[in-house]
Ligand binder design. Structure first.
Ligand SMILES: [Zn+2]
Length: 202
């Protein structure tokens, strides 16, 4: 099977008995991307693409980007690809997560055709996102001003903004944040990767 993967160089291969898998660490020769391949009998196939996204501040920019790239791409210009997939695919898992130092986009499916479709959509989402053509996507996901009539009060809105408002209403989350701030004050882990402050340049 690996012979068909000519664009890749095998850096390591080993059997992982606990996972009943043959594991390979590959390097994509052209881009230098590292790929971990686990070959086994499980019919629930999993794919995930991830990026290093260590935050330098509390704006949650990586989290906003995580949401934004799932709002349409070159090949799949749907307004909300993620919601469409949730409704219409045979996935057994579909999500995207921003961690304190990385962002990952995992999918899983037991149906081979569906698995390839999902992989295609997620790869196009992260590599050919429509965000460059339409900056409103970023504003919609991050935060924006809302004013329905001239007499109304100006309010904030935004998908990630609302999500983080929910997250910060959890006392555990606040404690966890304070613990990280105290333990790692001068590293990337002292920043809130989810976002707790507005982007000053908007
Ligand atoms: Zn989110």
């Amino acid at each position: 099977m690996l012979k068909q993967l000519k664009p890749y160089k095998v850096l390591q291969d080993r059997r992982i008995e606990e996972l009943k898998s043959d594991a390979y660490l590959l390097e994509h020769q052209k881009s230098g991307a590292k790929i971990v391949l686990l070959s086994n009998q499980d019919d629930n196939k999993v794919f995930s693409i991830g990026f290093r996204t260590p935050p330098e501040d509390n704006t949650g920019v990586a989290h906003i980007l995580e949401h934004s790239v799932l709002c349409g791409s070159k090949k799949f210009p749907a307004k909300d690809s993620f919601v469409e997939l949730l409704k219409g695919s045979l996935n057994t898992f579909l999500n995207a997560m921003t961690y304190p130092d990385k962002t990952i986009y995992p999918i899983a499916s037991r149906n081979d055709h569906d698995f390839h479709n999902l992989m295609d959509i997620y790869l196009d989402a992260v590599l050919n996102t429509n965000i460059y053509e339409n900056e409103k996507i970023f504003l919609q996901e991050g935060w924006n001003y809302n004013l329905t009539s001239a007499d109304d009060e100006l309010t904030y809105n935004g998908v990630v903004y609302n999500e983080m408002k929910g997250a910060f209403s959890s006392p555990e989350r606040m404690v966890r944040r304070e613990v990280l701030n105290s333990l790692f004050p001068d590293t990337t882990y002292s920043s809130e990767s989810g976002g707790s402050q507005k982007l000053s340049w908007i």
